[in-house]
Design a protein around this ligand. Structure first.
Ligand SMILES: [Zn+2]
Length: 239
C-alpha cells in the first residue's frame, strides 16, 4: 500500500477512536442528566422537610410553654384553696382549677400529636437522605465508568502513535480533503478491497480498476460508492 494510503488508513483509525469517545460521552450524558435531576429534586425535598421540621419545633416549644403556664396556674390555685375560708371563693377557685386542668389535658393531647408529626418528618428526612446518598453513589459510579472508558479509548489512540494533527500533516492536502469529504457520508471513508470486492459497499470493482489498485496507484475511489480504496493485502506484504 502506498505510504499515503497507509497514513489515510491510520488517520481513519484515529478518527474512529475519536468518534467512539464522542459516542461514549453522548451515551452517558442522558444517564448522568437523569441522576443529576433526581439529586436536585431530592435536595429541594430535603430543604422543604427541614423547614417544616423547624416550624413544627417552634410550635412544640410554644405549646410546651402554654402547658407549663397552665400548670403554674394550677399550682397557684391549689395554694389558694388551702388558705380559703369562705365557700363562694372556694368554688370560684375550684372552677378555675378545673378549667386550667382541662386546658393542660387539651394542650398535652395536641403536644403528643405534634411530637408524632415531628417524628414522621424526621423519618422522611432520613429516607430522603438515604435516597440522596444512593443517587450520589450512582453518580460517582457512572462518572468513574465513563472516565475509565474514555481513558482506555484515549490510550488506544495514543498507542497508534502520533496524534490526529501530526498524522494529518503528513498527508497530502488533496488526499486529506477528499478523505474528509467522503467521511461526512461514510465513517469508513477508506475501505479495503478484498478479492476484487469493495468492503464498503460489497460491490465488485471492474477488473481493470482492481488491477490498477493492486499495482499501487494511489487514491482510487470505488466506482460504486466513492469510498477511497486501499489494497490491504499489499500493506501486509510490505510489513
Ligand atoms: Zn464501494
Amino acid at each position: 500500500m502506498e505510504k499515503q494510503m497507509q497514513l489515510l488508513w491510520e488517520l481513519q483509525e484515529i478518527d474512529a477512536g475519536l468518534d467512539q469517545i464522542r459516542d461514549t460521552q453522548e451515551s452517558f450524558a442522558p444517564k448522568l442528566d437523569n441522576i443529576k435531576e433526581d439529586i436536585t429534586l431530592l435536595e429541594s425535598a430535603g430543604q422543604e422537610y427541614q423547614q417544616e421540621l423547624a416550624a413544627k419545633e417552634v410550635e412544640r416549644r410554644d405549646l410546651r410553654d402554654v402547658v407549663e403556664r397552665f400548670k403554674g396556674l394550677i399550682a397557684l390555685s391549689k395554694e389558694k384553696i388551702a388558705q380559703i375560708s369562705n365557700n363562694k371563693e372556694y368554688f370560684a377557685v375550684l372552677k378555675e382549677l378545673e378549667h386550667n386542668q382541662k386546658s393542660v389535658e387539651k394542650n398535652e393531647v395536641e403536644l403528643l400529636g405534634l411530637i408524632e408529626e415531628i417524628d414522621s418528618i424526621k423519618e422522611q428526612i432520613a429516607d430522603n437522605d438515604k435516597e440522596l446518598a444512593t443517587k450520589h453513589e450512582e453518580m460517582a459510579k457512572e462518572e468513574k465508568a465513563i472516565t475509565s472508558k474514555i481513558a482506555s479509548l484515549e490510550r488506544k489512540i495514543k498507542a497508534g502513535g502520533k496524534g490526529r494533527l501530526a498524522k494529518s500533516k503528513e498527508i497530502d492536502e488533496l488526499f486529506l480533503r477528499r478523505y474528509q469529504r467522503i467521511r461526512r457520508r461514510f465513517n469508513d471513508a477508506v475501505v479495503a478491497v478484498e478479492k476484487g470486492t469493495c468492503l464498503g459497499c460489497h460491490v465488485n470493482v471492474p477488473p481493470q480498476v482492481y488491477i490498477d489498485l493492486l499495482k499501487g496507484q494511489a487514491l482510487m475511489n470505488c466506482p460504486n460508492c466513492q469510498r477511497i480504496m486501499v489494497n490491504l493485502g499489499g500493506a501486509d506484504s510490505e510489513k
